[in-house]
Design a protein around this ligand. Structure first.
Ligand SMILES: Cc1cc2nc3c(=O)[nH]c(=O)nc-3n(C[C@H](O)[C@H](O)[C@H](O)COP(=O)(O)OP(=O)(O)OC[C@H]3O[C@@H](n4cnc5c(N)ncnc54)[C@H](O)[C@@H]3O)c2cc1C
Length: 507
């Protein structure tokens, strides 16, 4: 096999991509993992805090909780796949292969300290302190780094899929400003979330929806894009926001407005443990009305139970005893590339897994601590299915570097404009009229970006293209969905029917 051929090309090195690589390698495939990340922190998987839910001895109850959190919009068959495979996948990969040391109760060797988060009716979340992600992600990367059949190419971005007659044959990869096709029997997209489309996000930089955009441009189906989940409690004490896990509210922390009043009981009977979208909207409303919202951790032993969050507060200069200032931030995309129970997309030999995929498990809203699990379960299934397919070398699109210099601050300005539109019109609350206007702005912006991609190729330009394609998909699918459900919340705000101000190109 030549250097630019591989049996399975996995794009992305989060939990979903690594699980696919592991499963494909177990089937005897030669696997290449191409990832933009230069450090483990480049994947959301590293940042996961609360943990990974499993079914324990009651998959039916787990299923009921997932369906309830989604307002019965999740696909029951997809949820069956998740809950029925949860225990075995975690045991096989996380416990037996990677030896992840989840917290225990101290009562017995394997007595795990199962946690509970909002909308879970049972204690079923495995965790390591409140920084589960890195304790899973780092050993996973190390394990595959040592694997003979897996090559991990970091700082390597997939820019475009190679497609011919309804089938995907590989992707154009960029590394060190070189652009080369890599041909594969199958391509697994595992590119994570879309946080870079919003001004405030929990996702790492580079979350520009690349896999979704590449799939959509190649003609694959992409659905449920309007269901963008905002996390209600992201610490906003300074310019580098960080997430304060739901588990903190699970242990008794309460939200207070700028007047020091606890407000969540007025919004929902479950108060701070109401569904995420309800809490996020309440936090936004109270911030708008009273100037700030803080998370009061005095009802619990914060230092004893969340030592790593205490460390984070200290690093960010936050005195948690005065309450942690919080605001909602983009956190998770429930939709994405439409796939079946094996992660197969609507184009031949194309798979999508993890956050960039729409499996149907989350419907309109995601139950906490189910996305690491979804990435693991679908990653394993897709990787196994993707192995063993023939490689065809066909003519690849020509993406040679022609005129690399973009106008100064081009990408920065366009991103700024895109984020402002998404935040104002396609955020926590959406007005149907404003969605239409947001689409016109985004269409124009995408046109301007497309004009540059005809003559230039660079990673930052392609990230901008991905962001503009993905933003437009979100706005369009939000405009088409007239039902307020889960993360898609419609309101009527432009009562005078007037024009919502269009963001200026330079702001
Ligand atoms: C702060 C935080 C806390 C969270 N806590 C939890 C939790 O407790 N439990 C839970 O279940 N979920 C949690 N989530 C959600 C969960 O972590 C993510 O949904 C999940 O890890 C996504 O995994 P993934 O493999 O799909 O993507 P990621 O882990 O984001 O990995 C995506 C990878 O794709 C690469 N990539 C992107 N584009 C390209 C490209 N064009 N070419 C090459 N590589 C590319 C990126 O560099 C990265 O390596 C949390 C998320 C965040 C941000």
């Amino acid at each position: 096999m030549s250097d630019n051929e591989t049996d399975v090309l996995v794009v992305g090195s989060g939990i979903a991509g690594l699980a696919s690589a592991l499963a494909a390698a177990r089937e005897g495939a030669d696997v290449t993992v191409a990832t933009k990340a230069t450090r483990p922190e480049g994947a959301s998987s590293w940042w996961a805090q609360g943990g990974i839910a499993i079914a324990r001895d009651d998959p039916e109850q787990f299923k009921a909780d997932i369906l309830a959190a989604s307002s019965d919009t999740a696909d029951p068959e997809a949820v069956d796949v998740l809950v029925e495979n949860a225990n075995a996948a975690v045991e096989d990969v996380l416990l037996e292969t990677l030896d992840v040391e989840f917290d225990t109760t101290g009562m017995g060797e394997d007595e795990f300290d199962f946690g509970r988060e909002a909308a879970h009716s049972a204690d079923r979340i495995l965790h390591v302190d409140a920084s589960t992600g890195k304790h899973v992600h780092v050993p996973f990367l190390n394990y595959l780094d040592d694997h003979d059949d897996v090559t991990i190419r970091d700082d390597t971005a997939a820019l475009e899929l190679i497609r011919h007659e309804g089938r995907v044959h590989g992707a154009i990869l960029e590394s060190d400003s070189d652009f080369e096709p890599t041909y594969a029997g199958a391509v697994v997209l595992a590119t994570g979330g879309i946080g870079d489309l919003y001004p405030r996000t929990t996702n790492p930089a580079g979350s520009t929806g690349d896999g979704i955009a590449m799939a959509a441009l190649a003609g694959a189906d992409v659905t449920d894009m309007e269901y963008v989940q905002f996390h209600p409690t992201v610490c906003v004490a300074n310019d580098s926001p960080f997430l304060v896990s739901e588990a903190v509210r699970g242990e008794g922390a309460v939200l207070r407005n700028g007047d020091g009043e606890r407000f969540m009981p007025d919004y929902h009977e479950d108060a701070e443990l109401a569904p995420r979208d309800v809490v996020a909207r309440a936090v936004k409303t109270e911030r708008d009305a009273t100037g700030e919202v803080t998370l009061d951790v005095s009802p619990l032993d914060f230092a004893g139970e969340f030592p790593d969050l205490v460390e984070k507060c200290e690093d960010h200069g936050v005195d948690y005893e005065d309450g942690i200032p919080v605001a909602p931030a983009e956190h998770f995309l429930c939709g994405g590339v439409d796939v079946d129970e094996h992660g197969r997309a609507s184009l031949g030999r194309l798979y999508a897994v993890g956050e960039c995929a729409r499996t149907g498990v989350h419907g309109a809203n995601r139950l906490a601590s189910t996305s690491l699990l979804e990435g693991l379960v679908w990653g394993l299934r897709a990787g196994a299915d993707a192995a063993g397919k023939e490689i065809d070398v066909i003519e690849a699109p020509d993406l040679l570097e022609r005129d690399p210099e973009l106008p100064e601050r081009f990408a920065e300005e366009k991103f700024h404009r895109l984020r402002r539109v998404m935040d104002e019109y396609v955020g926590l609350e959406r007005d149907p009229d404003e969605l239409g206007r947001a689409m016109s702005v985004l269409r124009r912006l995408k046109g301007e970006v497309d004009a540059y991609t005809r003559t230039r190729t660079s990673r930052s330009l392609y990230e901008l293209r991905s962001a503009s394609v993905t933003a437009l998909l979100i706005a369009r699918q939000a405009a088409e969905n007239e039902e307020s459900v889960g993360c898609h919340h419609l309101v009527e705000t432009s009562a005078d029917g007037g024009q919502a101000p269009e963001p200026r190109a330079d702001d």
